[in-house]
Design a protein around this ligand. Structure first.
Ligand code: IMP
Length: 200
């Protein structure tokens, strides 16, 4: 069965292919010739994920899912949240984003934070949402070279190293995205067990 992942990020598409296995033919936006920059203007992660999935569903009628992720910092009232990618400007510059977070936090003692991923799935005409969260804290100085985004300043609870000091396997064992995609995988697996349509 074909399933569209509303993303053109080859790294993400590869990662998700490995999580979902072979029961599905996973198609990216490029595969289905959607090259538009799908708007992400909603005030919440849920709204953005849903609007991306609906955009593709309305254009193609295909089963589709989309994700959106944000870093929510308690000491900044949940910022950068839905603005995580462009927190310091349209350039989506990770270093500038981190600098802005560290400057705004200053010496704030409340450095509790969470990464949250929301996946919106439109499957057989029904909409579903899946959420994955990892809680942790923001440190004062960057550490590590792996990963991307805010990884160098985020230490997940129960660990002593930042996401940027972990390899992909260790990050996946606790990460927001892995948790959300695991829920999607379980949903699709259950469906495939109860409905032979997936085996056609
Ligand atoms: P997206 O929705 O996956 O594109 O994520 C939006 C933004 O959140 C990214 O541009 C990053 O700044 C940040 N982000 C998402 N996932 C991660 C992560 O695993 N580590 C660090 N930053 C992340």
């Amino acid at each position: 069965m074909e399933l569209v992942f509303a993303s053109n990020n080859p790294h993400k598409v590869r990662e998700i292919k490995s999580i979902l296995g072979n029961s599905f033919t996973l198609l990216s936006l490029t595969d289905i010739h959607i090259l538009d920059d799908i708007p992400e203007n909603e005030p919440h992660l849920e709204g953005n994920a849903l609007s991306k999935a609906r955009y593709v569903y309305n254009a193609t009628g295909m089963n589709v899912f989309a994700d959106d992720t944000g870093l929510e910092i308690d000491g900044l009232d949940g910022l950068p949240g839905v603005h995580s990618a462009r927190f310091a400007g349209e350039g989506k510059d990770s270093s500038a984003n981190i600098e802005k977070v560290l400057t705004l936090l200053g010496d704030n003692k409340n450095r509790k934070a969470r990464f949250r991923t929301v996946i919106a799935l439109i499957f057989e005409k029904q909409e579903y949402l899946f959420e994955g969260i990892v809680t942790g804290r923001i440190i004062k100085d960057k550490r590590g070279d792996e990963g991307f985004g805010y990884d160098p300043v985020f230490i997940p609870d129960g660990k002593t190293r930042t996401f940027a000091e972990m390899d992909q396997t260790e990050k996946n064992s606790v990460s927001h995205r892995a948790r959300a995609f695991e829920k999607l995988r379980e949903f699709l697996y259950k469906y495939s067990q109860t409905d032979n349509k997936l085996k056609r």
